[in-house]
Write a protein that binds this ligand. Structure first.
Ligand SMILES: [Zn+2]
Length: 85
């Protein structure tokens, strides 16, 4: 099964509640049932859920996984300096 998931950066904020942050304020932080804030909350929740599902299915697709560390040099320069030239 192949599914194309649009990997896009979402930047949205409510014009009336510019400081609303779903990760910090949660659903309880939405003022007077604001539709825009609710949408931001839902998008945030859906993105978390989607990431969780993808990780659960295949951990190697973890987008938080850092690239492999560069290999250390084969010889330690400090050891090299001990060898008389
Ligand atoms: Zn709002």
């Amino acid at each position: 099964m192949r599914l194309k998931i649009r990997s896009r950066k979402f930047e949205g904020r409510c014009a009336r509640h510019k400081r609303y942050n779903p990760a910090v304020d949660g659903q309880g932080g939405i003022k007077a049932g604001c539709v825009r804030c609710n949408l931001i909350f839902e998008i945030w929740q859906a993105s978390l859920k989607l990431n969780q599902l993808i990780r659960k299915f295949d951990p190697s697709h973890d987008d938080l996984q850092r690239p492999a560390k560069p290999k250390p040099p084969a010889t330690d320069p400090r050891q090299m300096s001990l060898i008389p030239e």
